[in-house]
Design a protein around this ligand. Structure first.
Ligand SMILES: C[S@@+](CC[C@H](N)C(=O)[O-])C[C@H]1O[C@@H](n2cnc3c(N)ncnc32)[C@H](O)[C@@H]1O
Length: 306
């Protein structure tokens, strides 16, 4: 639809074109499509604006439980608790193209010997790391048993059947580290990766994240960190950048599910308070105001112990 003029028969996956034709007529009546011929349409200005943000639809779908529950949540009749399984299981696929290549680049000169992925999700990062860094020993930690089982199954089918998986809250640093084999923890370089999990246990408090990293450093003093995170962006800045960003939907759902996404300033407070130095940084979807780059929507930090 974004490519130009179209009609129902241009969509081979649709088996009942009569239904698609009705949908097109409906969208035309809302002024989202403009008619260019008999049963032929193009996107109107508003339709083009909406579809340019099509990545956001995937996100709306993966968090759809919150939308279905929204009326109940507003009136206090239902809890904000929603089954986040779709979100857990789809997470890696969303990240692999956008974020992981930056990590391969960061570690080009010193390939990790062991990797602990905290908040392993569907195991996509560990699976990709096993391909990228052959010979690496890996371990998976997640609060969700479904996530750990999915990760171990995934690694098992690619010939890694002896991986240790720990079902544990990332915030209980001592507990998940104690559950991992000494042989793995003794390898160097040892890397702990954390993809979009710190905001899950931060409670919106930078100090909680600072305490987490201090404890981690005390127990695994040589471990390096890969931290992938999102930032809480001011709505007025998002309003000026919303066509390039899926952050409005992301932040809405994180707020509804009471996750503590930190602002860019707060992330810098964390950095100043932890016993790690910033070795490398990659910023994504940087918001711009009056031609000036202000802050990233998401980022990756490679942290080394100081
Ligand atoms: C965005 S996913 C991680 C994606 C994954 N590392 C990958 O391969 O891309 C975040 C994961 O963190 C997990 N999680 C959320 N809160 C957690 C906590 N407090 N402790 C451990 N894991 C947690 C979720 O279950 C989810 O699987």
């Amino acid at each position: 639809m974004l490519a130009g003029s179209f009609c129902a028969s241009d969509f081979p996956a649709v088996t009942d074109q009569r239904i698609l034709a009705s949908v097109f007529r409906y969208l035309h009546s809302l002024n989202l499509l403009a008619k260019t011929g008999e049963d032929e349409y193009d996107l109107a200005i508003e339709g083009r604006m909406a579809l340019k943000r099509n990545g956001a639809f995937l996100l709306l779908f993966s968090y759809r439980g919150y939308f279905e529950n929204l009326a109940g949540m507003l009136s206090g009749h239902s809890e904000a608790a929603v089954d986040r399984r779709h979100n857990v299981l789809g997470s890696g696929a969303l990240h692999s193209k956008k974020f992981f290549p930056a990590v391969w680049e960061m570690f080009k000169e010193s390939t990790p010997a062991a990797l602990i992925d905290v908040g392993c999700g569907d195991g996509q990062f560990l699976a990709s790391a096993c391909v990228e860094w052959s010979g690496i020993a890996v371990a998976a930690v997640d609060l969700s048993r479904i996530a750990v089982d999915t990760t171990l199954e995934r690694l098992g089918t690619s010939g890694r059947s002896n991986v240790i998986g720990v079902v544990q809250d990332a915030a209980s640093v001592g507990a998940w580290i104690a559950a991992l084999p000494g042989e793995l923890k003794a390898r160097t370089p040892l890397v702990v990766s954390m993809w979009f999990v710190a905001h899950e246990f931060s409670g919106g408090e930078p100090q909680t994240v600072i305490n987490f990293f201090r404890e981690l450093r005390a127990i695994l003093p040589d471990a390096e960190i890969i931290l992938g995170e999102i930032t809480a962006l001011p709505p007025e800045l998002l309003a000026k950048n919303c066509d390039i960003s899926i952050m409005p939907e992301f932040l809405l759902f994180h707020e509804l599910s009471a996750q503590g996404v930190l602002s860019w300033n707060e992330w810098h407070r964390v950095l100043a308070g932890i016993p790690y130095e910033l070795a490398r940084e990659r910023l994504f979807d940087v918001l711009v105001e009056s031609g000036e780059k202000i802050m990233p929507s998401s980022f990756i930090w490679h942290l080394k112990p100081r």
